[in-house]
Ligand binder design. Structure first.
Ligand SMILES: *Cc1c(COP(=O)(O)O)cnc(C)c1O
Length: 454
């Protein structure tokens, strides 16, 4: 039996094009709606805050879209990312399953997010934009965009969810090092922020609020655009380089995956790993492949939300999308996986769950940290708390294989390292983490405020 552990590709194997799963869906995606007119959003409306190139990608029906050479040159700093076989975890679990993982923690900011931050900064720069405003939860997206804008000589303003701003100060340090400005949200910078602070001066903030602030900043400054690190179709498409590389690497390993697993906040990293495979599943080429999206029980969008049109942000100024949602004024508890606290989800990923092409499960944060520690003690990598949700399910599936003695091939995305999240690990070891199941009554409450569309 081969003990090969790392499967690497040469730099010239960095994908030359992204895969757009929209081309393979049986019918087009439902359009975005404008919060002002409650009619389908026009490209002109979206152009207030997004560059035309990305608006085009958002609705493109082309199966492949070329990656600009300037973007691939930056990808050379950390791509292709390695694929690993987790031999030691397999042995520890005594499972006949084979466990592979794609490691996205090798990028300078430490997660998969630069895969979309770099092209987004590039297209904005090409269209004459000087500054990008954005939100960040745990700080991963803010640091990725700070890194990307820095390499293209642009400015960057990051509204960081207040609870994370104080929990994860070193993410702010990274953003500053790359020249970005990082502000706790809600802030006094925007009308939305001021209104939120007036309503509740102690608010921990939420991704929805921070998005509203960044969108408002972009909409009120001509040289400034807005950028989103997850959820949107073009973001999911940019991440498909993860799955496209993994396909080549698994070929090297001589295996085909039976089960794909990833954590889901807005859906981008798991879309990136799974969409190239699920495109084939839709076309009947991999009928039996399973894809499992893993989310926190405290923010159970896919497992307890409803599939409906909702605002992407709390103040309801950004586009309205059809997706699984917990309601746009949902404020989740301040769990440690800050990057998984969004009330909605990628419209494409939502649709694939709704149409049962993919599955979704929710897990609790203490079992999640336990899984992350098991992984660190067998495979070495200390992962981000977000990623740990995926690993909890990987371990569950591998143990199921032990019971059934099935030699399934499991592939998961290790979306980022946790070297700046060690405070969360400390809290786990000190027994300070509690599990929180979001009450159904509260979800029903926030679902009352959904916009009426169609
Ligand atoms: C942001 C983030 C996530 C969640 O976002 P998705 O869009 O669902 O991928 C997961 N893992 C890490 C490391 C992140 O930084």
């Amino acid at each position: 039996m081969s003990m090969q552990t790392k499967f690497q590709l040469d730099e010239d194997m960095i994908p030359k094009r992204w895969y757009n799963i929209q081309a393979d869906l049986p019918s087009p995606m439902d359009p975005y709606y404008s919060p002002q007119t409650k009619k389908p959003a026009t490209p002109e409306e979206l152009h207030q805050i997004f560059p035309m190139a990305l608006i085009g990608q958002e609705v493109s029906q082309e199966r492949y879209i070329d990656i600009p050479e300037e973007v691939r040159e930056i990808f050379r700093l950390y791509r292709p990312s390695p694929l690993y076989r987790a031999h030691r975890l397999e042995a520890h679990l005594k499972t006949p399953a084979k466990i592979y993982f794609k490691y996205e923690g090798v990028s300078p900011p430490g997660s998969h997010k630069p895969n979309t931050a770099v092209p987004q900064a590039y297209y904005n720069m090409k269209e004459g934009i000087k500054r990008i405003a954005t939100e960040t939860g745990a700080g991963q997206w803010g640091s990725a965009l700070a890194f990307a804008t820095c390499l293209f000589g642009m400015k960057c303003t990051v509204y960081m969810v207040r609870s994370s701003f104080y929990q994860k100060p070193y993410r702010k340090s990274m953003m500053q090092t790359w020249g970005a400005e990082c502000i706790p949200s809600p802030s006094e910078r925007t009308q939305t922020g001021k209104a939120m602070l007036a309503r509740d001066p102690e608010t921990p903030g939420s991704l929805g609020i921070a998005i509203s602030e960044a969108v408002e900043d972009a909409a009120t400054h001509k040289d400034t655009n807005y950028s989103l690190g997850s959820v949107l179709n073009h973001v999911c498409m940019h991440q498909t380089i993860i799955g496209l590389e993994a396909m080549e690497q698994l070929k090297q390993a001589g295996d085909e995956p039976d089960i794909l697993i990833g954590c889901v906040g807005g859906g981008s990293n798991f879309a990136g790993l799974s969409f190239p495979y699920l495109g084939e599943k839709i076309k009947g080429k991999r009928p039996d492949i399973r894809a499992i999206a893993v989310e926190p029980s405290s923010c159970p969008t896919l497992t307890k939300g409803i599939y409906a049109y909702d605002y992407g942000d709390t103040a309801g100024i950004g586009p309205i999308a059809k997706m699984y949602t917990l309601g746009h004024d949902f404020v989740p508890p301040a769990i440690h996986a800050g990057g998984l606290r969004y009330h909605g989800d990628s419209p494409i990923l939502s649709r694939l769950v709704h149409e049962k092409v993919m599955e979704a499960v929710a897990v609790h944060q203490t079992e999640v940290f336990q899984a992350a520690v098991t992984f660190a003690r067998t495979e070495g990598i200390i992962m981000a708390p977000e990623t740990a949700h995926a690993v909890k399910t990987v371990i569950d599936e591998a143990l199921r294989c032990r019971e059934t003695q099935e030699e399934k091939v499991i592939l998961f995305n290790l979306s980022g390292h946790g070297n700046l999240d060690l405070g969360a690990y400390d809290d786990y070891f000190e027994g300070k983490l509690s599990d929180f199941e979001y009450p159904d009554s509260k979800i029903k409450e926030s679902l009352k405020t959904l916009p009426k569309i169609g």
